[in-house]
Design a protein around this ligand. Structure first.
Ligand code: X8Z
Ligand code: ZN
Length: 642
């Protein structure tokens, strides 16, 4: 649903909210459309959004934390109402075209127009159809399960369980089965997605865009064409680093799995420890450059903490039956998840940011409920533009989940920092900023910091230890880059018509090959709909934001480390506890999207441009090491002819 723009990226659901349907209407059509009328128009819309927003987010929250027909109906209906109102407001705003307005009023009008990722067609029947499909697809994803022949009920496996197979099993066939299993859940979405794309395209065209892709690309304070070129430029900057990491990792997979460790020079999609091959940190056991040199196994540390919780609860309970033991297991999971969230909060507080409100701790979904389907994909929510912030996760004691908490709290602290602004400005400088806030903090989770919170042993200082640390970080941050780029290459193609429905899946795998050098191990056909197996496609969350975030977070980190007076190489810097860095960061967050993002970036970093030099500098030692290791290897791969 379009709320995802809001909820994941923190931004405003103006998408849904801007509304005007009652007598106390601003900007009555009869009023003279001058600058003063425009100011009032926007002020009234802001007020209305703030008033209506809690109702939309409540419906949305329920529909993803309690998936069933009733909650989906309510979510679809409330979305329908607000998208309809948004549409009406955007239409009304046309009266100010060509009128000289205060810059902030003009900006608010422009932002309102772009505030949803799901522009609705004017036709009420189509609007209703659109919100019903959107809710349905997200529900299908959240409730998705893979049942092998003869399996039913609890025997069937959901994404959490299937992902664990990829993360932990090193059995080629077991991983392939888990991968294939998850990719069955999206087959039935194909027709819905096709219709969905048609409907939002219609909405985008009514707003004057060529298609939804162009509309998405218009949200960056530059022309959509310039933005596309910008993403290509950034990708060209980082591609050589990715290619080196790919080459090395592929070599390790071939060492482990023989010929099956590669497919025409590409990495098999099911062997990277992650369902989408988007982050590869889970195969650390296979790729660690200098095994045993340093203890970077955060998973082991977290598991130990969780088990200690369990043991102490069991001890307190005395002799219990198996059912009670399961309950105690759940209590331990919850206590441990909260403890992980407290660690993340502690980092932000150490920078001088406020503690999270009490409501965060009572309203958050920390762990996966046992009694119902939920969307486990992590998200951060501002329920009311006034501090009712929370996250929705299914936290397990793993490193992935720990870093995701830091990521989600980045959204939450952004919300809190800009809550003082009018709702139309309550969003990230651009959506990539929103995604980069918490990720930047993750760059400060250095071995020393992790040791200080009891998750790893005493760090070793040596050339080998450094390469290990860099590799660990690169498996998540560098491996992600082409994935971050390719998802919207696919969607932009779908929306523009360059990719036709008969080619949905083929085009997907062509892009996977071209950008990631990743291939499916077994045949994919147009009976499959593999894009739908990635949350953001059925969830309709634009994805380029994450690509941008992976570039920006290194720029942010450099600026914050400078502010902290740090003098060494960037990869050694942790800003933990540094109030100067915190002050500068918070000041940036407070701007929300009230000014064009280059101005906000400049205040923090001194430059108005996104630039991959910071990530390249960060990984310079690893790049040199990889180039040496890969010498003599045939590093490239051949994507199939498109
Ligand atoms: O979707 C997310 C966050 C919520 S905004 C958990 N991420 C992307 C993904 O999981 O695909 C964070 C990294 C990329
Ligand atoms: Zn996010």
């Amino acid at each position: 649903m379009n709320l995802t723009r809001t909820l994941l990226a923190g931004a405003v659901a103006l998408g849904l909210a801007a509304c005007q349907n009652q007598p106390a209407q601003p900007a009555a059509d009869s009023a003279k459309p001058d600058a003063a009328a425009a100011d009032k128009f926007i002020a009234d819309i802001n007020a209305k959004i703030k008033k209506d927003y809690p109702e939309i987010t409540a419906a949305q929250w329920l529909s993803v934390t309690y998936i069933n027909g009733d909650t989906q109906l309510l979510a679809a209906k409330s979305n329908e109402k607000f998208l309809g109102e948004l549409k009406a407001n955007v239409d009304k705003s046309a009266q100010f075209n060509g009128v000289e307005l205060k810059p902030e009023t003009r900006r608010a009008i422009d932002l309102m127009k772009l505030s949803t990722a799901m522009p609705a067609p004017k036709d009420p029947a189509k609007l209703g159809e659109l919100t019903a499909i959107a809710t349905k697809m997200e529900g299908m994803y959240g409730a998705g399960k893979y049942c092998r022949e003869g399996e039913s009920g609890d025997q069937c496996r959901d994404l959490v369980v299937l992902s664990e197979v990829l993360a932990k099993s090193r059995d080629y066939d077991a991983q392939l089965d888990a991968w294939n299993g998850w990719h069955t859940i999206s087959k039935p979405m194909r027709a819905d997605y096709q219709r969905f794309a048609g409907l939002i395209n219609e909405g985008a065209k009514e707003l004057g865009y060529a298609d939804v892709g162009e509309m998405w690309r218009s949200g960056y304070d530059m022309s959509p064409t310039a933005f596309e070129q910008e993403t290509d430029r950034l990708w060209d900057q980082v591609k050589p680093l990715y290619e080196q990491l790919h080459c090395y990792t592929r070599g390790k997979l071939v060492e482990k799995y023989g010929d099956k460790g590669q497919v025409n020079g590409m990495i098999p999609a099911h062997l990277t420890g992650n369902m989408w091959a988007q982050q590869w940190g889970n195969i650390w056991d296979l790729v660690e450059p200098y095994p045993g040199v340093s203890s970077l196994d955060v998973n082991a540390g977290l598991k130990t903490q969780r088990d200690a919780q369990f043991d102490s609860l069991m001890k307190a309970a005395g002799k219990v039956d198996p059912a009670r033991q399961i309950e105690i297991g759940r209590q331990a999971d919850l206590a441990n998840a909260k403890k992980m969230a407290e660690l993340a909060e502690g980092f932000y507080v150490s920078l001088g940011m406020p503690k999270l409100p009490a409501s965060f701790w009572t309203n958050t979904q920390f762990i996966q409920p046992r009694d119902r389907d939920v969307v486990c994909h992590a998200s951060a929510w501002d329920m009311n533009y006034s501090g009712d912030v929370r996250i929705k996760m299914c936290i397990a004691p793993t490193e992935d989940e720990l870093t995701t908490i830091y990521h989600e709290l980045g959204h939450v602290y952004y919300y809190l920092a800009y809550n003082h602004l009018p709702p139309l400005f309550q969003s990230g400088a651009h959506d990539g900023f929103h995604e980069a806030i918490g990720d930047t903090i993750v760059l400060s989770l250095t071995p020393n910091y992790l040791n200080s919170i009891g998750l790893v042993g005493t760090p070793t200082v040596s050339k080998e230890a450094l390469i290990n640390e860099q590799m660990k970080m690169a498996l998540d941050k560098v491996a992600f880059l082409p994935f971050g780029k390719m998802i919207d290459q696919w969607r932009w193609g779908v929306f523009s018509g360059r990719i036709s429905p008969e080619n949905y899946n083929k085009a997907w795998w062509d892009l996977r090959a071209k950008y990631q050098g990743v291939a499916a191990a077994n045949e994919r056909t147009e009976a499959d709909f593999d894009p739908g197996a990635k949350y953001h496609v059925p969830g309709n969350t634009p994805y380029t934001r994450y690509f941008l975030a992976h570039i920006l977070q290194f720029q942010f980190q450099k600026a914050l480390c400078d502010a902290a007076g740090f003098k060494g190489p960037l990869h050694e810097c942790s800003i933990y506890g540094n109030k100067e860095a915190g002050k500068k960061y918070w000041a940036m967050l407070q701007h929300g999207q009230s000014q064009p993002w280059p101005a906000t970036l400049k205040e923090l970093t001194g430059t108005e441009q996104m630039d991959a030099r910071a990530i390249l500098d960060y990984f310079a030692p690893l790049m040199a090491w990889l180039q040496e290791k890969n010498q003599g290897q045939q590093c490239s791969w051949t994507p199939p002819a498109a």
